[in-house]
Design a protein. Structure first.
Length: 308
C-alpha cells in the first residue's frame, strides 16, 4: 500500500481538498484510494508523533495505533492511502510567533516518517509568501491573535527562511521518500487535479472549478468587526485591494523570495524534491484576485495566478 502524506501548507486550499475527498469517499474507495483527514488524524491517532511527546510512553503507543490502522486500511483493499492534515507540518500560530515559515518541520516529519514506516511520498503545496502570510494572519485574528506590530511585519518580510528551507528540512527528515511540491496558484481551485498528481491516477472524480471552497479567511469588513470588538482598528488600506499587512516594498521582497524558490524547484531543487506543474496548463482558470480588486473586496478562495 502506498502511503502519501499531504502536509499542507495551511491556507493553500487544504480544507477544500479534504472536503472534496469526503464528498467522493465511495467512488474513491471503489478505486482503491483511501484517506485520513483531520477529523481522524486529530482524534488521537497521531497524538505523540508530530508534536514533541509529553511522556516517554507516548511514542510507542502512537506507533502501535498507526500500525493497527494501516493494517486495517490494507485489509479493506486500500491501495493508496492519502493522509492529509496541514497540522503535520506545524501551525500558523507557531509560524507567526516565530516569524518564520514552519520552524521545526524537519523534526516533526522525521517522527511522522518513522511512524508510517517511510511514506511513499510527501506532498507540500506552497503559495506566494506575501499572500500566504496575509492569509495566515487574517485567519488567526478571529482566533485570538492580535494584528502583528510593524516591527514584526518588517521582520517577516526580511526573514531568511523560505519554502526552499522548509523543503530541505523535509527532504533531510524523510530520506528515500519522494518529495513532491505543488503550487496553490495552479491547483487551489481543482482538488481533483491535485489528487491526480498525488496518486499518479489518470482518472479521479471530477470537481468543477470553484465547487469546493472552504475555510476562507475573513474579508476586510470581518476583520474590522473582530478588531472593533476588542477596541482596536484595522489600519487603512486602499479599497481596491485585498487586505495585507505588507507595504509595497515588503510585499515585493516576499514575492521575489517566492520567485527564487520556484526557480530553484524548476532547476531540480538540488535533487531533493520535484515541482509538479499544472497537468492541464491550457485550461481556463479563475483569476479571483483580479475580480476581487475590481469589486473592492478581498478574496481568499480558489487559486489565482501568480503575480509577476
Amino acid at each position: 500500500m502506498d502511503v502519501i502524506l499531504h502536509i499542507g501548507a495551511h491556507r493553500t486550499a487544504t480544507t477544500s481538498f479534504q472536503s472534496y475527498l469526503r464528498a467522493n469517499r465511495a467512488e474513491l474507495g471503489a478505486q482503491g484510494i483511501g484517506f485520513w483527514a483531520p477529523w481522524r488524524t486529530r482524534g488521537g491517532l497521531l497524538n505523540g508523533i508530530a508534536d514533541q511527546p509529553c511522556a516517554a510512553h507516548e511514542p510507542q503507543r502512537a506507533l502501535g495505533r498507526v500500525a493497527i490502522n494501516l493494517e486495517g486500511a490494507r485489509r479493506n483493499g486500500v491501495a493508496v492511502l492519502v493522509v492529509t492534515d496541514e497540522n503535520m507540518a506545524g501551525t500558523p500560530r507557531r509560524c507567526l510567533r516565530r516569524r518564520a515559515v514552519y520552524p521545526g518541520v524537519g523534526e516533526r516529519l522525521a517522527r511522522l516518517s518513522a511512524a508510517f514506516g517511510g511514506p511513499t511520498r510527501v506532498t507540500l503545496q506552497i503559495r506566494a509568501l506575501d499572500a500566504w502570510w496575509a492569509s495566515c494572519i487574517a485567519w488567526l485574528v478571529p482566533r485570538g491573535e492580535d494584528l502583528p506590530d510593524p516591527a514584526t511585519i518588517e521582520a517577516i518580510s526580511r526573514a531568511a527562511r523560505s519554502w526552499r528551507d522548509v523543503i530541505t528540512d523535509i527532504a533531510c527528515a524523510c530520506p528515500g521518500t519522494d518529495i513532491q511540491i505543488t503550487a496553490y496558484e495552479a491547483f487551489g481551485d481543482r482538488p481533483d487535479l491535485l489528487l491526480r498528481v498525488l496518486t499518479d491516477r489518470r482518472t479521479v472524480p471530477v470537481a468543477r472549478p470553484g465547487s469546493f471552497v472552504e475555510n476562507r479567511r475573513p474579508d476586510m469588513a470581518g476583520l474590522r468587526a473582530v478588531l472593533a470588538d476588542r477596541g482596536a482598528a484595522l489600519p487603512d488600506a486602499p479599497h481596491t485591494t485585498r487586505w495585507s499587512p505588507f507595504n509595497t516594498p515588503q510585499a515585493t521582497r516576499l514575492r521575489e523570495i517566492y520567485a527564487d524558490d520556484l526557480y530553484w524547484l524548476r532547476a531540480g531543487a538540488d535533487g531533493l524534491a520535484t515541482l509538479t506543474e499544472d497537468p492541464e496548463p491550457a485550461r481556463p482558470r479563475l483569476n479571483l484576485a483580479a475580480a476581487a480588486m475590481k469589486r473592492g473586496t478581498p478574496d481568499d478562495g480558489p487559486a489565482r495566478k501568480l503575480a509577476r
